[in-house]
Design a protein around this ligand. Structure first.
Ligand SMILES: Cc1ncc(COP(=O)(O)O)c(C=O)c1O
Length: 368
Protein backbone atom coordinates (compact mmCIF):
# COMPACT_ATOMS: atom_id res chain seq x y z
CA UNK A 1 0.00 0.00 0.00
CA UNK A 2 1.16 3.53 -0.65
CA UNK A 3 2.72 4.82 2.54
CA UNK A 4 0.46 7.80 3.23
CA UNK A 5 -1.52 8.01 6.45
CA UNK A 6 -4.06 10.19 8.20
CA UNK A 7 -3.52 9.33 11.85
CA UNK A 8 -6.54 10.27 13.95
CA UNK A 9 -5.84 10.89 17.64
CA UNK A 10 -9.07 9.98 19.42
CA UNK A 11 -7.59 11.01 22.78
CA UNK A 12 -7.18 14.54 21.41
CA UNK A 13 -10.75 14.43 20.10
CA UNK A 14 -12.00 13.54 23.59
CA UNK A 15 -9.94 16.40 25.05
CA UNK A 16 -11.40 18.88 22.55
CA UNK A 17 -14.93 17.69 23.30
CA UNK A 18 -14.40 18.42 26.98
CA UNK A 19 -12.91 21.86 26.19
CA UNK A 20 -15.96 22.78 24.11
CA UNK A 21 -18.32 21.32 26.70
CA UNK A 22 -16.84 23.56 29.36
CA UNK A 23 -17.25 26.51 26.97
CA UNK A 24 -20.88 25.50 26.48
CA UNK A 25 -21.74 25.72 30.18
CA UNK A 26 -25.36 24.65 30.71
CA UNK A 27 -26.20 24.24 27.07
CA UNK A 28 -26.38 20.94 25.23
CA UNK A 29 -23.70 19.85 22.78
CA UNK A 30 -24.61 18.71 19.28
CA UNK A 31 -21.37 17.39 17.79
CA UNK A 32 -21.11 18.18 14.10
CA UNK A 33 -19.84 14.98 12.47
CA UNK A 34 -21.04 15.73 8.96
CA UNK A 35 -18.88 15.02 5.90
CA UNK A 36 -17.49 11.85 7.48
CA UNK A 37 -16.63 13.80 10.64
CA UNK A 38 -14.77 16.41 8.59
CA UNK A 39 -12.79 13.57 6.98
CA UNK A 40 -11.79 12.00 10.32
CA UNK A 41 -14.13 8.97 10.09
CA UNK A 42 -17.80 9.16 11.10
CA UNK A 43 -18.00 6.08 13.31
CA UNK A 44 -14.71 6.16 15.27
CA UNK A 45 -15.26 9.86 15.92
CA UNK A 46 -18.90 9.45 16.98
CA UNK A 47 -18.12 6.45 19.20
CA UNK A 48 -15.40 8.43 20.95
CA UNK A 49 -17.75 11.39 21.47
CA UNK A 50 -20.47 9.05 22.73
CA UNK A 51 -18.01 7.70 25.30
CA UNK A 52 -17.44 11.30 26.38
CA UNK A 53 -21.17 11.71 27.03
CA UNK A 54 -22.29 13.17 23.71
CA UNK A 55 -25.86 12.18 22.81
CA UNK A 56 -26.56 14.55 19.94
CA UNK A 57 -24.87 14.50 16.53
CA UNK A 58 -25.30 16.42 13.28
CA UNK A 59 -24.68 14.79 9.91
CA UNK A 60 -25.02 16.14 6.37
CA UNK A 61 -27.76 13.99 4.86
CA UNK A 62 -30.12 11.13 5.60
CA UNK A 63 -27.74 8.52 4.20
CA UNK A 64 -24.99 9.64 6.57
CA UNK A 65 -27.61 9.56 9.35
CA UNK A 66 -28.47 5.95 8.54
CA UNK A 67 -24.79 4.95 8.66
CA UNK A 68 -24.40 6.64 12.03
CA UNK A 69 -27.57 5.13 13.51
CA UNK A 70 -26.53 1.65 12.37
CA UNK A 71 -22.99 2.21 13.66
CA UNK A 72 -24.27 3.22 17.09
CA UNK A 73 -26.82 0.40 17.21
CA UNK A 74 -25.12 -1.30 20.16
CA UNK A 75 -25.39 1.92 22.19
CA UNK A 76 -28.47 3.37 23.81
CA UNK A 77 -29.47 4.33 20.29
CA UNK A 78 -32.99 5.63 20.85
CA UNK A 79 -31.69 8.33 23.14
CA UNK A 80 -29.21 9.58 20.57
CA UNK A 81 -30.32 12.51 18.46
CA UNK A 82 -29.08 12.52 14.86
CA UNK A 83 -29.88 15.84 13.19
CA UNK A 84 -29.68 15.96 9.40
CA UNK A 85 -28.38 19.45 8.63
CA UNK A 86 -29.11 19.52 4.90
CA UNK A 87 -32.67 18.30 5.45
CA UNK A 88 -34.39 15.99 3.01
CA UNK A 89 -34.67 16.12 -0.75
CA UNK A 90 -36.93 13.26 -1.83
CA UNK A 91 -39.24 10.45 -0.57
CA UNK A 92 -36.23 8.15 -0.03
CA UNK A 93 -34.69 10.65 2.42
CA UNK A 94 -38.02 10.97 4.25
CA UNK A 95 -38.22 7.18 4.47
CA UNK A 96 -34.68 6.99 5.89
CA UNK A 97 -35.62 9.58 8.54
CA UNK A 98 -38.63 7.52 9.49
CA UNK A 99 -36.76 4.19 9.62
CA UNK A 100 -33.60 5.41 11.34
CA UNK A 101 -35.03 7.94 13.81
CA UNK A 102 -33.32 10.89 12.19
CA UNK A 103 -34.20 14.52 12.95
CA UNK A 104 -34.10 16.44 9.68
CA UNK A 105 -33.51 20.19 9.69
CA UNK A 106 -36.28 21.68 7.55
CA UNK A 107 -36.20 24.90 5.59
CA UNK A 108 -39.13 24.29 3.19
CA UNK A 109 -42.79 23.42 3.74
CA UNK A 110 -42.55 20.82 0.97
CA UNK A 111 -40.17 18.84 3.21
CA UNK A 112 -42.95 18.55 5.77
CA UNK A 113 -45.22 17.04 3.11
CA UNK A 114 -42.52 14.50 2.21
CA UNK A 115 -42.23 13.50 5.87
CA UNK A 116 -46.00 13.19 6.27
CA UNK A 117 -46.17 11.01 3.18
CA UNK A 118 -43.53 8.73 4.78
CA UNK A 119 -45.61 8.50 8.01
CA UNK A 120 -42.77 10.18 9.88
CA UNK A 121 -43.69 11.05 13.45
CA UNK A 122 -40.26 11.87 14.89
CA UNK A 123 -38.50 15.16 15.62
CA UNK A 124 -37.58 17.94 13.24
CA UNK A 125 -35.58 21.12 13.54
CA UNK A 126 -36.50 24.29 11.66
CA UNK A 127 -33.69 26.28 10.05
CA UNK A 128 -34.17 30.04 9.94
CA UNK A 129 -32.13 32.58 8.06
CA UNK A 130 -31.00 35.39 10.35
CA UNK A 131 -28.67 37.07 7.87
CA UNK A 132 -26.38 34.55 6.22
CA UNK A 133 -28.86 34.23 3.36
CA UNK A 134 -28.19 30.57 2.78
CA UNK A 135 -31.04 28.12 3.53
CA UNK A 136 -33.90 28.96 5.90
CA UNK A 137 -37.66 28.83 6.33
CA UNK A 138 -39.61 31.93 5.29
CA UNK A 139 -42.22 32.23 8.04
CA UNK A 140 -41.15 30.45 11.20
CA UNK A 141 -44.35 30.92 13.21
CA UNK A 142 -46.61 29.47 10.53
CA UNK A 143 -44.06 26.68 9.98
CA UNK A 144 -44.27 25.83 13.70
CA UNK A 145 -48.06 25.92 13.44
CA UNK A 146 -48.01 23.57 10.44
CA UNK A 147 -45.82 21.11 12.36
CA UNK A 148 -48.14 21.21 15.36
CA UNK A 149 -51.01 20.03 13.13
CA UNK A 150 -49.11 16.78 12.35
CA UNK A 151 -47.80 13.91 14.49
CA UNK A 152 -44.31 15.37 13.95
CA UNK A 153 -42.61 17.02 16.94
CA UNK A 154 -40.58 20.20 16.91
CA UNK A 155 -37.12 19.55 18.40
CA UNK A 156 -35.82 23.06 17.98
CA UNK A 157 -35.11 26.09 15.85
CA UNK A 158 -31.63 26.74 14.52
CA UNK A 159 -29.77 29.37 12.57
CA UNK A 160 -26.15 29.77 11.50
CA UNK A 161 -23.68 32.65 11.99
CA UNK A 162 -21.92 33.87 8.86
CA UNK A 163 -19.03 35.73 10.53
CA UNK A 164 -18.53 34.10 13.94
CA UNK A 165 -14.76 33.86 13.39
CA UNK A 166 -14.70 37.67 13.07
CA UNK A 167 -16.41 38.59 16.36
CA UNK A 168 -16.40 42.34 15.66
CA UNK A 169 -18.28 41.98 12.41
CA UNK A 170 -21.61 43.88 12.56
CA UNK A 171 -23.47 40.94 11.13
CA UNK A 172 -22.92 38.91 14.32
CA UNK A 173 -24.97 41.26 16.50
CA UNK A 174 -27.64 41.57 13.80
CA UNK A 175 -27.93 37.79 13.59
CA UNK A 176 -27.93 37.33 17.38
CA UNK A 177 -30.69 39.97 17.75
CA UNK A 178 -32.70 38.50 14.94
CA UNK A 179 -32.41 35.03 16.54
CA UNK A 180 -33.43 36.42 19.94
CA UNK A 181 -36.50 37.98 18.29
CA UNK A 182 -37.41 34.54 16.94
CA UNK A 183 -37.00 33.11 20.44
CA UNK A 184 -39.52 35.70 21.69
CA UNK A 185 -42.22 34.87 19.18
CA UNK A 186 -41.88 31.08 19.09
CA UNK A 187 -42.27 28.42 21.71
CA UNK A 188 -39.65 25.83 20.83
CA UNK A 189 -38.07 23.36 23.29
CA UNK A 190 -34.58 24.20 22.02
CA UNK A 191 -32.72 26.91 20.13
CA UNK A 192 -29.34 26.65 18.42
CA UNK A 193 -27.10 29.31 16.86
CA UNK A 194 -23.49 28.78 17.90
CA UNK A 195 -20.87 26.86 15.91
CA UNK A 196 -17.26 26.52 17.17
CA UNK A 197 -16.26 30.13 16.60
CA UNK A 198 -19.65 31.37 17.83
CA UNK A 199 -19.15 29.45 21.06
CA UNK A 200 -15.60 30.75 21.48
CA UNK A 201 -16.60 34.34 20.73
CA UNK A 202 -20.06 34.64 22.29
CA UNK A 203 -19.84 32.05 25.04
CA UNK A 204 -22.16 33.96 27.39
CA UNK A 205 -25.10 33.89 24.97
CA UNK A 206 -24.65 30.18 24.46
CA UNK A 207 -25.05 29.01 28.02
CA UNK A 208 -28.63 28.09 28.86
CA UNK A 209 -30.47 24.80 29.25
CA UNK A 210 -32.68 25.35 26.20
CA UNK A 211 -29.68 26.25 24.01
CA UNK A 212 -27.89 23.65 21.91
CA UNK A 213 -24.46 24.49 20.52
CA UNK A 214 -23.10 22.92 17.36
CA UNK A 215 -19.30 22.79 17.31
CA UNK A 216 -17.57 21.00 14.45
CA UNK A 217 -14.12 22.34 13.63
CA UNK A 218 -13.03 22.81 17.24
CA UNK A 219 -13.66 19.13 17.99
CA UNK A 220 -11.09 18.29 15.33
CA UNK A 221 -8.54 20.52 17.02
CA UNK A 222 -8.27 23.50 14.67
CA UNK A 223 -8.63 26.70 16.69
CA UNK A 224 -11.71 28.56 15.39
CA UNK A 225 -10.01 31.87 16.22
CA UNK A 226 -6.21 31.75 16.16
CA UNK A 227 -6.00 34.99 18.17
CA UNK A 228 -8.15 33.53 20.97
CA UNK A 229 -6.90 29.93 21.34
CA UNK A 230 -8.94 27.51 23.43
CA UNK A 231 -6.14 24.99 24.01
CA UNK A 232 -7.40 22.48 21.45
CA UNK A 233 -5.24 19.57 20.29
CA UNK A 234 -4.92 18.60 16.61
CA UNK A 235 -6.75 15.36 15.88
CA UNK A 236 -5.58 14.54 12.34
CA UNK A 237 -1.95 14.14 11.33
CA UNK A 238 -1.16 13.71 7.63
CA UNK A 239 2.13 11.96 7.00
CA UNK A 240 3.75 10.04 4.15
CA UNK A 241 7.02 8.27 3.53
CA UNK A 242 9.99 9.20 1.40
CA UNK A 243 10.02 6.57 -1.33
CA UNK A 244 13.15 7.59 -3.26
CA UNK A 245 16.10 10.00 -2.91
CA UNK A 246 17.92 11.13 -6.05
CA UNK A 247 20.83 13.50 -6.71
CA UNK A 248 20.38 16.47 -9.03
CA UNK A 249 22.92 18.92 -10.48
CA UNK A 250 23.00 22.70 -10.14
CA UNK A 251 20.65 24.07 -12.81
CA UNK A 252 18.40 20.97 -12.89
CA UNK A 253 14.67 21.65 -12.59
CA UNK A 254 12.09 19.51 -10.80
CA UNK A 255 8.50 18.43 -11.41
CA UNK A 256 5.89 19.64 -13.93
CA UNK A 257 6.51 23.01 -15.48
CA UNK A 258 10.14 23.02 -14.22
CA UNK A 259 9.17 25.73 -11.72
CA UNK A 260 12.04 25.07 -9.27
CA UNK A 261 15.71 25.00 -10.22
CA UNK A 262 18.57 23.80 -8.02
CA UNK A 263 21.22 26.48 -7.44
CA UNK A 264 23.77 23.93 -6.22
CA UNK A 265 24.03 20.14 -6.49
CA UNK A 266 21.48 18.71 -4.07
CA UNK A 267 19.15 15.78 -3.48
CA UNK A 268 15.44 15.44 -4.10
CA UNK A 269 13.33 13.23 -1.85
CA UNK A 270 10.18 11.89 -3.49
CA UNK A 271 7.23 11.55 -1.08
CA UNK A 272 4.13 9.41 -1.67
CA UNK A 273 1.62 12.25 -1.28
CA UNK A 274 -0.04 14.25 -4.02
CA UNK A 275 -3.08 16.33 -4.77
CA UNK A 276 -5.19 13.20 -5.37
CA UNK A 277 -4.60 12.45 -1.69
CA UNK A 278 -5.84 15.92 -0.77
CA UNK A 279 -2.47 17.64 -0.51
CA UNK A 280 -3.18 21.14 -1.84
CA UNK A 281 -1.39 21.91 -5.11
CA UNK A 282 -0.96 25.47 -3.86
CA UNK A 283 1.74 24.12 -1.52
CA UNK A 284 3.97 23.83 -4.60
CA UNK A 285 7.20 25.76 -3.93
CA UNK A 286 5.86 27.17 -0.65
CA UNK A 287 4.85 24.40 1.76
CA UNK A 288 7.14 22.51 4.10
CA UNK A 289 7.06 19.27 6.03
CA UNK A 290 8.38 18.19 9.39
CA UNK A 291 11.08 15.52 9.32
CA UNK A 292 13.05 14.37 12.38
CA UNK A 293 15.99 16.43 11.07
CA UNK A 294 13.87 19.61 10.87
CA UNK A 295 11.79 21.43 8.25
CA UNK A 296 12.12 20.36 4.62
CA UNK A 297 10.76 22.56 1.81
CA UNK A 298 8.34 21.30 -0.85
CA UNK A 299 9.99 22.13 -4.17
CA UNK A 300 8.44 22.14 -7.63
CA UNK A 301 4.80 21.46 -8.32
CA UNK A 302 2.84 18.99 -6.20
CA UNK A 303 1.86 16.12 -8.55
CA UNK A 304 -1.19 13.84 -8.42
CA UNK A 305 0.61 11.09 -6.45
CA UNK A 306 3.92 12.62 -5.37
CA UNK A 307 5.54 15.70 -4.01
CA UNK A 308 9.22 16.55 -3.90
CA UNK A 309 11.48 17.88 -1.15
CA UNK A 310 14.94 19.42 -1.37
CA UNK A 311 17.05 17.52 1.16
CA UNK A 312 20.53 17.00 2.53
CA UNK A 313 21.11 13.32 1.71
CA UNK A 314 23.16 12.82 4.87
CA UNK A 315 20.08 13.67 6.98
CA UNK A 316 17.26 11.71 5.31
CA UNK A 317 16.67 8.10 4.32
CA UNK A 318 14.21 6.32 2.06
CA UNK A 319 11.32 4.94 4.12
CA UNK A 320 11.37 7.78 6.64
CA UNK A 321 8.19 9.68 7.41
CA UNK A 322 7.46 13.36 6.88
CA UNK A 323 4.49 15.24 8.34
CA UNK A 324 2.38 17.73 6.36
CA UNK A 325 0.28 18.82 9.34
CA UNK A 326 -0.70 17.37 12.67
CA UNK A 327 0.02 16.91 16.33
CA UNK A 328 3.69 15.91 16.58
CA UNK A 329 5.89 18.54 18.21
CA UNK A 330 7.04 20.99 15.52
CA UNK A 331 4.57 19.77 12.87
CA UNK A 332 2.73 22.46 10.90
CA UNK A 333 -0.81 23.17 12.10
CA UNK A 334 -3.72 22.56 9.74
CA UNK A 335 -4.74 26.23 10.03
CA UNK A 336 -1.26 27.36 8.91
CA UNK A 337 -1.09 24.92 6.01
CA UNK A 338 -4.59 25.96 4.95
CA UNK A 339 -3.57 29.62 4.98
CA UNK A 340 -0.54 28.87 2.77
CA UNK A 341 -2.86 27.04 0.41
CA UNK A 342 -5.37 29.93 0.42
CA UNK A 343 -8.05 27.81 2.01
CA UNK A 344 -9.41 26.85 5.43
CA UNK A 345 -8.78 23.87 7.70
CA UNK A 346 -12.32 22.61 6.94
CA UNK A 347 -11.41 22.17 3.28
CA UNK A 348 -8.01 20.69 4.08
CA UNK A 349 -9.53 18.01 6.35
CA UNK A 350 -12.48 17.13 4.13
CA UNK A 351 -10.25 16.91 1.04
CA UNK A 352 -8.09 14.10 2.43
CA UNK A 353 -9.19 11.41 0.01
CA UNK A 354 -10.51 7.94 0.86
CA UNK A 355 -7.33 6.37 -0.58
CA UNK A 356 -5.37 7.77 2.39
CA UNK A 357 -5.26 5.08 5.09
CA UNK A 358 -6.78 6.21 8.39
CA UNK A 359 -5.03 4.97 11.54
CA UNK A 360 -6.66 5.51 14.92
CA UNK A 361 -4.86 6.28 18.18
CA UNK A 362 -6.56 5.93 21.54
CA UNK A 363 -5.86 8.13 24.55
CA UNK A 364 -2.19 7.91 25.48
CA UNK A 365 -1.30 7.45 21.81
CA UNK A 366 -1.85 3.66 21.66
CA UNK A 367 -2.84 2.22 18.32
CA UNK A 368 -6.49 1.04 18.25
C1 LIG B 1 -25.43 24.34 10.07
C2 LIG B 1 -24.08 24.13 10.66
N1 LIG B 1 -23.96 24.06 11.99
C3 LIG B 1 -22.76 23.88 12.60
C4 LIG B 1 -21.61 23.75 11.85
C5 LIG B 1 -20.29 23.57 12.55
O1 LIG B 1 -19.48 24.68 12.32
P1 LIG B 1 -17.96 24.73 12.84
O2 LIG B 1 -17.28 23.59 12.18
O3 LIG B 1 -17.48 26.05 12.36
O4 LIG B 1 -17.99 24.59 14.31
C6 LIG B 1 -21.69 23.84 10.45
C7 LIG B 1 -20.46 23.74 9.66
O5 LIG B 1 -20.33 24.08 8.54
C8 LIG B 1 -22.95 24.03 9.84
O6 LIG B 1 -23.08 24.12 8.52
Amino acid sequence: MRPIFATIHLGHLAHNYQVMKSQAGDSQMMAVVKANAYGHGLLPVSETLFAQGCRSFAVTDALEGKILREGLRSKDSEHIEIAVLSGIFDPEDADLCQRFLLSPVLSERSQLSLLNAANFSGNVWIKVDTGMHRIGAEDVTSFCQAISETPIKLAGIMSHLACADTPDHDLNQQQIQSFEAIQQITNSPRYSLHNSAGLAAFKAGASSTNITVRPGLALYGAEPMMEKPLGLKPVMQLSANIIQIRPIEAGDCVSYGATWQAETPTHIAVVAAGYADGLPRLLSNQGWVKHHSGRLPIVGRVCMDYCLLAVDASQVKTGESVIFFGFDHGAPLANDVAELAQTIAYELFTSISPRVQRLYLEDGGHRR
